[in-house]
Design a protein around this ligand. Sequence first.
Ligand SMILES: NC(=O)c1ccc[n+]([C@@H]2O[C@H](COP(=O)([O-])OP(=O)(O)OC[C@H]3O[C@@H](n4cnc5c(N)ncnc54)[C@H](O)[C@@H]3O)[C@@H](O)[C@H]2O)c1
Length: 352
Amino acid sequence: MKILLLGAGGFVGSHLVEHLIARGQHDVVGVDVAEDKLEGIAGPRFSFHVADIRCNPELIDRLIRDADLVVDLVAYANPSMYVSAPLEVFDLNFIQNLEIARRCMAHRRRLIQYSSAEIYGKAGTGAVCHEDTTDSVLGAVGKHRWIYATGKLLLERVLHAHGAAGDLEYTIVRPFNFLGSRIDYLVPAGAMGGPRVFPHFISALLSGGPIRLVNGGHVHRTFLHIEDANQAFQTLLDHPAETRNQIFNIGNPDNNVTIRDLAALMVQLYEELTGEPPVSRVEHVEGERFYGPGYEDGDRLPPDISKLTRLGWRPRYDLVTTLRETMQAYLESGAKTAPAEPNMTAVHSAPA
Ligand SMILES: NC(=O)c1ccc[n+]([C@@H]2O[C@H](COP(=O)([O-])OP(=O)(O)OC[C@H]3O[C@@H](n4cnc5c(N)ncnc54)[C@H](O)[C@@H]3O)[C@@H](O)[C@H]2O)c1
């Protein structure tokens, strides 16, 4: 089978490329505007195009036509951008991704679309988030942070409607906070805004800067080892009939933790891994000060993963192992952050 991975140069994409190369069963074609995370990752059945999906319609159309399966990972997944550039987030995460789905329909190609656990929004009722029964509870329109979730949710609804009309064969993935090497990018000590929580905390530990807890760090998240995420993807590949036109949570409900406890655990693991206590201290910061006006957060329930475990997948890595292995990868790579910024200006970067 020939698999086209759009967004192959990102965190999830680069790990999927490694996984697929190691399995050696498929031809893999990657597309991304960035290729630095693919450094050193190569194989005879892997080819890569540095290309922007927005600017190369003929190339993307040809690659979709020539593929058996399209995996769409392209998105802005940077919380600062949700409030600072909501229209760019909507354009890439909804309009451009819809265009990919339309090309899949035109060529009758199967699509695996990466959506997000964010579509559940603020924790609703119930004990867990179930793919087919849990409501989405998103914040007020003026709280632009929710444009990411809104765009992802609308895309899911459109794919679902096309599937019901018989136009499209799709599978939707809702990741619940994957963790592993190459996630986002490191930020200078004291930086505000920018990437997701783990890169912030590991940056702080590496640089000796403050570990900033947004709004007290009271919200819960579950974290999944990237290797478990790869195996979940493999389960989708291995069960095309059962996963056809279905939505799957991919996460580890047992690795549920508040962000405050995540910070404490990372401090503890840093000391265990380096033999020295970190210089970094925990500091509290308001969400809108850290990310910008329009930011809001919500608690999240753990995922119900029974749909995928019924197909044989089961997460293997507990929270401590997931964090330890991810932190170890950063410590071993000698990753460095830039020195402290005196006025702590917002740092956010499009993943280009
Ligand atoms: N990692 C997680 O835990 C998580 C959680 C929820 C949702 N997701 C979703 O999974 C997918 C992959 O996430 P990730 O963590 O790898 O994010 P990522 O930012 O590392 O990867 C996205 C990739 O898309 C690429 N890209 C952006 N614009 C592009 C364009 N115009 N043309 C071509 N490539 C472009 C980026 O360069 C980047 O490499 C995304 O859709 C994200 O929303 C991931």
